[in-house]
Design a protein around this ligand. Structure first.
Ligand code: FE2
Length: 391
């Protein structure tokens, strides 16, 4: 018997948007702009990609189609409120009618927030994903987004939210509105071929953490579970290859699609990995995917008593051996992380958590919207246990 009452079970599910997959699909960008009726796009990327051949190519492809794109690239690795407001200024001044979000999670999160803020008069933080705040959004002024990821992990291209750092409070804040979902996503695995191995590994771990946390999140969402399980199998087969053979297009294709699937699955919920990675990332400006990699085994160990069924399914799918599926999955996770040279502690990745920082980190983790999706109810003691184990 199921724990759910099917006579009263109601659910609201969103599945993503239009996706164009394929090597060199970047060249179809003008077709995408035409389909969404945009004539004056603003390309948004991060500082790291600003002078890259990918950004140059994207701009040239749009120019060759007779358009004059705007270009905004002042986006930090953990994008800030200031970054978003500067982007909106450029969008309004240039009269842009669409945003092309090109890059990893930071560029995409900033770009989606700029597109949303195009039509708002309230401050950005008024749209934090708490309660019904998203109803404050005036949708008429929002502009559509075409998302083109250059990493395979964040899945921000399929998300209806952005994570933005409030530099005043050192908090990473989730900004949410259903219409922040990009209108078109171009998944071009060629764009990830040049991604350095460490970033391939860290962003791949972000994808893995989305799938694993979604699978473990409580609630009845078989569509999300199916996506999460398939994504985990694809990552198992492709991540180490993408790390060791950067030009392997099959592995890159599998990773970019697995990342998309994992991100779609995460609407079921995330958990303690993300609830802790957000405050740690905001405080120490550390890479989100790498933080997830370090936190994941500790969180899984903490959650094991509540996720026996999910671990049995996952161990079966991954063809893991051993009497205890939870232990087998933990062993698989740690072995995969070792194959791609991920650190196993926060201090190994350069994040030194002082005792005096711990109370604030615990408070921020507990108020993070992801905390509610953890299979074991989080309290201060539990968060501290995970944090100290990961230190
Ligand atoms: Fe994430």
């Amino acid at each position: 018997m199921s724990e759910f009452d099917f006579a009263s079970l109601h659910a609201r599910w969103s599945f993503p948007t239009q996706v164009w997959f394929g090597a060199w699909r970047l060249s179809d960008l003008p077709v995408g702009l035409e389909e969404i009726g945009a004539k004056a796009p603003l390309l948004i990327t991060d500082r790291g990609l600003a002078t890259s051949s990918i950004a140059t190519q994207a701009l040239e492809i749009v120019k060759a189609a007779g358009m004059e794109p705007g270009f905004f690239h002042d986006v930090q690795p953990n994008p800030t409120v200031e970054n978003v407001m500067a982007g909106r200024e450029i969008l309004r001044k240039g009269g842009h009618d669409c945003v092309i979000a090109l890059g990893g999670g930071s560029a995409m999160d900033a770009a989606k927030a700029v597109a949303m803020m195009a039509g708002q008069s309230r401050p950005l933080m008024d749209f934090e994903d708490v309660g019904d705040n998203f109803r404050r959004v005036q949708t008429e002024g929002m502009v559509p987004v075409i998302a083109i990821p250059t990493t395979a992990g964040t899945g921000s291209e399929f998300g209806r939210s952005s994570v933005i750092t409030d530099t005043q409070t050192h908090r990473k804040v989730i900004i949410f509105h259903p219409e922040m979902l990009p209108e078109l996503v171009i998944l071009d695995p060629e764009l990830t071929v040049g991604l350095p191995p460490t970033l391939t590994a860290a962003t791949g771990m972000d994808a893995l953490s989305h799938a694993l946390e979604a699978l473990c999140a409580p609630g009845w969402h078989p569509m999300a579970d199916g996506l999460a399980l398939t994504a985990l199998k694809m990552i198992d087969g492709a991540l180490a290859t993408a790390y060791w053979e950067p030009e392997n297009l099959e592995a890159r294709s599998n990773m970019i699609v697995a990342s998309a699937m994992a991100c779609t699955a995460l609407q079921k919920g995330l958990g303690a990995v993300h609830a802790l990675a957000h405050p740690l990332g905001a405080r120490y400006d550390a890479h989100h995917g790498m933080l997830n990699a370090v936190l994941m085994p500790h969180v899984l160990r903490f959650n094991l008593p509540a996720v026996r069924e999910q671990m049995a399914t996952l161990a079966h799918e991954l063809r893991l051996e051993g009497d205890d599926p939870g232990v087998a999955v933990l062993g698989w996770l740690e072995a995969l992380q070792a194959r791609i040279d991920m650190p196993s502690t926060l201090s190994e990745m350069g994040v030194e958590v002082n005792d005096s920082d711990i109370p604030a980190l615990i408070a921020d983790a507990l108020r993070d919207p992801c905390a509610g999706g953890n299979p074991i109810r989080l309290d201060a003691e539990g968060v501290e246990q995970i944090l100290r184990a990961a230190r």
